[in-house]
Design a protein around this ligand. Structure first.
Ligand code: FPP
Length: 245
């Protein structure tokens, strides 16, 4: 199927609302070419740019979340961390005008207080500038972890209890306390790079997500790869634990 045939096929069936992506394989992509790992991240950022443009222009789905840095990624060499933070800072600064013009609303998910102050300022300004947009909700998970998210929710519940504002805790009530409360649960979680695990990405929200794993390394992941993932998703039977037959 050509890209346009694939696009028509995907458009003919119900689309996901929220697609979340674990962008893995940048290091291996670079190594295979004799390049420094950082070059893989640079290419990976270009993929984010391309896909954001594609999803926005085609109005494929309204929520796209990318896992840019996990709570476990601090274990990487200092130079790689500095490169990643500078890359993100540069990406947001360079692309903010285009993102805003395209109606993208940027959100950051994660414990941002540990990030470099300059990156925090760039992110805060971009989040503020785009907060009125709703053509595409692009969330960047940065120093994010599914366990971190649940603990944040628990902390908020405990704070409310201390303030005497506790109400009976239900799944719905707890969900509203999570840092991802403004986003719908991901319908589809894509992981590139061949590993088949969630690696502490969405946990609460992943309860009924369809998981799609591809050996394609993130810098090679393109519009066609995204459409193939959605096409695969559309062939799944989602019954959320109920009987549909
Ligand atoms: C995993 O590949 C990738 C990362 C930890 C970083 C992902 C970050 C980007 C693509 C930067 C751009 C993000 C935005 C929002 C512009 P890896 O290094 O673990 O690869 P490997 O498994 O092959 O070593």
């Amino acid at each position: 199927m050509s890209l346009s045939e694939l696009l028509s096929a995907v458009r003919a069936r119900p689309l996901p609302q929220h697609v979340a992506v674990i962008m893995d394989g940048n290091g291996r992509w670079a190594k295979a070419r004799g390049l420094p790992r950082t070059e893989g991240h640079r290419q990976g950022a270009l993929v984010v740019e391309r896909l954001t443009r594609f999803v926005g222009e085609e109005r494929l789905f309204p929520y796209l979340t990318v896992f840019a840095f996990s709570t476990e990624n601090w274990g990487r060499p200092k130079e790689e961390l500095e490169f990643l933070f500078a890359l993100l800072d540069g990406f947001i600064r360079d692309k903010l005008g285009e993102l805003a013009a395209r109606g993208v609303r940027l959100r950051v998910l994660g414990a941002v207080d540990r990030l470099p102050a300059s990156l925090r300022r760039t992110l805060a300004a971009a989040v503020e500038e785009t907060k009125g947009n709703d053509a595409l909700h692009l969330s960047v998970a940065l120093n994010f972890g599914g366990r971190w998210e649940i603990v944040e929710g628990v902390k908020r519940a405990m704070a409310m209890a201390r303030e005497g504002k506790a109400t009976a805790l239900s799944e719905d009530a707890f969900r509203k306390l999570l840092p991802t409360a403004e986003l719908p649960d991901p319908d589809l979680i894509i992981r590139s790079g061949g590993e088949q695990r969630l690696s502490n990405f969405f946990l609460w929200g992943a309860a009924y997500a369809e998981l799609y794993f591809t050996p394609t390394l993130w810098p090679d992941f393109d519009e066609e790869a995204l459409l193939r993932a959605i096409h695969d998703f559309q062939g799944r039977k989602r019954n959320f634990g109920q009987v549909t037959a």
